[in-house]
Each structure stands twice: as C-alpha cells, then as structure tokens.
Design a protein around this ligand. Sequence first.
Ligand code: NAD
Ligand code: ZN
Length: 352
Amino acid sequence: MKGFAMLGIGKTGWIEKDKPVCGPLDALVKPIAVSPCTSDIHTVWEGALGERHDMILGHESVGEVAEVGSLVKDFKPGDRVVVTAITPDWGSLEAQGGYAMHSGGMLSGWKFSNFKDGVFGEYYHVNEADANMALLPSNLAPETAVMLCDMMPTGLHGAELAEIKFGDTVCVIGIGPVGLMSVAGAVLRGASSVYAVGSRPVCAKVAKEYGATDIINYKEGDIVEQIFEKTDGKGVDRVIIAGGGVETVEQAVRMLKPGGRIGNVNYFGEGGAISVSLAPWGNGMAHKLIAGGLMPGGRLRAEKLASLITNGRIDPSKLVTHVFHGFDKIPEALELMHNKPSDLIKPVVLMD
Ligand code: NAD
Ligand code: ZN
C-alpha cells in the first residue's frame, strides 16, 4: 500500500509498504478524512521524536473499517469510525492507574507516527479496536469529526488540567486549533472571563465566537502586564497553555492568583528547562500548581466528546479553514500546516 511518510528529519515523501497485519483485538481502517497536525511538523522538521525512517505520518483520522480481528466485538467491516490520536493499551498498569495515555511508558499511548505507521496510508492499524475507536455519528460530517481525534480532546484536556470552576477568570495562551478548543472548554466549564492570547485575526475571530471575552496580543507587549491591566491588578484564577515557548510557563505563574492552577497541553521542544521566578511563586508558598498532560484517548471519551458536538455544545467545524479532496493532497495539506499562512487554522483532507 501507499503512504506519505517521514523519510528522515526534514524529509518527507510517498513510500510503498506492506498492508499492516490485523491482530485478534485490532482493526484495519481505510481513512475517510485525515488532518495534519502541528505535532507532525514537530516530528518531521524539528526531529521531536528523534530520527525516524520511512514512517507513515499522521494521527488524526476518521475512517471506514476494512478488517477486524477475531476478538473484536463491537465493530465490523464497513463501520465508519473516529480513531483517537492516542490509542492506549488498556490492560497496562498505567491505564489501571488512571493514566492510559502513558501506557507502556511516558507518552507511549501515542503510537501513530511515533512507534508505528500513522494514518496517512491507504490502511492503518488500530490496536485494541473496541477500546480505541468510536462509531462516527451519522449526522456528523467527517471533516468535523476528525477534530475529535486530537484538537478537541487536547484543548478540552487543558481546561480539565486547569480544573476550571464556575466563575473563574481564565487566560488561554496560544489560540491555534488546540487553544481555541481550550477557550470553548473553559466557557463550557463555567469561566466568567476568558482572555485569549494570540496575534492572528483569523484565530482571534474564532476565539470570540467560542466565548473569549478579551483578546490579548502577545506581539503588543508583555501579556502579564496586559492581564493585570484588564483585571485591576488581580490576575487570573486559571491559565491554559496551548502555544508559545517555555517562557509562557513563567508568564502563567506571574499572572496567576494565589491558589491558581496552570493546565499545559503545549509541547515544549526547545529551551531546555522552564524557570519560575521566586517572588511571583510566593517563594514556593503560593499554592500555584503546574499540571501538564498528553490528551486522553479511547472510545468512551471520543463518544462523549462527539455528543458535545451533536448536541450543539461545541462546534469544532470553525477550526477547519482548508478542505482538500483526494489522498494525493496530503503533502499539500501538510506543507500548509508547515508554512502556517495567516488564514489557516486547520486543514483537512477528504479521501473522496
Ligand atoms: P499551532 O501552532 O497551530 O498553535 C499555536 C499558536 O500559538 C500559534 O497560532 C502561534 O502563533 C501561537 N503562539 C506562538 N507563540 C506564542 C506566544 N508567545 N504566546 C501566545 N501564542 C503564541 O498549534 P496547535 O495545533 O494549536 O497545538 C498547540 C500545541 O499543542 C502544540 O505545541 C502541539 O504540539 C501541542 N499538542 C499537544 C497535545 C497533547 O496531547 N498535549 C496534542 C496535540 C498537540
Ligand atoms: Zn495531532
């Protein structure tokens, strides 16, 4: 079969591979829609996972089941499914401990385009199919549903990690597709004010539509000062980090009220370490918490998040700014994600 792959750091291309083998608990899926991700860019052009050769890229896809293993109970060939970017081993000790995304070792629930071929192939392999796929609701368009694989679960996880409570004031740093879902998640969890930090007009517009009360432009001065100006010097209860470099953690600590909490879903690839100034951290006694996490995967969560869309609570279709048609358009969509033109939030490729 054909797949679009990372050939080495900084290099991509089409390759031929054997069709994956379907184990008894697994499924083989043919993509219906895929979406390139910022993480694919980190993987290929920043070597975030280290050297990878001839590894098919992509981890965001809805598809049609082509084959199921003999022990798969709930799915059959022809079913249309959402497959989560993180596909844990649900019997692992980490999963039993409540952190399935780290099954098999830190971050190891992330298998697609990391430890095995991803979803930019004619077929892809899903481990533990009953637990890692959800039926695609019939009233959900594939180009919207593909936001259930990573953008929506990650953005909402930022709001979960920050433990947003009714009436909280929240700052979301970084409003690409993940941060925009964090804005929507903060609103859904009852935030009273949401300060969305971003610079691109296309993202600021959607942030407002998702309920951001204020837009703060990080290119127009220190965001901590801007937050203090808008909050009468009080700062915010919660911060979600979904973009920017390691300096955002320092900024988040500074803008938090005592007892505040940071939910980080951003990937920090550079900078070596985060630093926290002592005074804004109450010299270690401010009860300011930093929580960071990989998105939870799995069927139950995908079904629950899908019902948020079908019941009209969140509309992730606003993220999809570019739709391509045809398998051969994958490189173009990935390149778009790499170059990030000003009108882009998220591209999707439909296989039709
Ligand atoms: P994105 O690059 O599209 O969006 C990030 C945004 O942050 C961009 O619009 C960028 O202009 C903006 N930005 C840059 N510097 C900033 C600053 N100093 N302050 C505020 N904003 C700034 O990426 P995305 O797809 O939205 O993903 C966000 C992050 O989440 C990425 O690092 C990605 O790798 C990571 N991610 C994590 C998980 C997870 O499970 N935790 C899953 C998917 C993606
Ligand atoms: Zn992704």
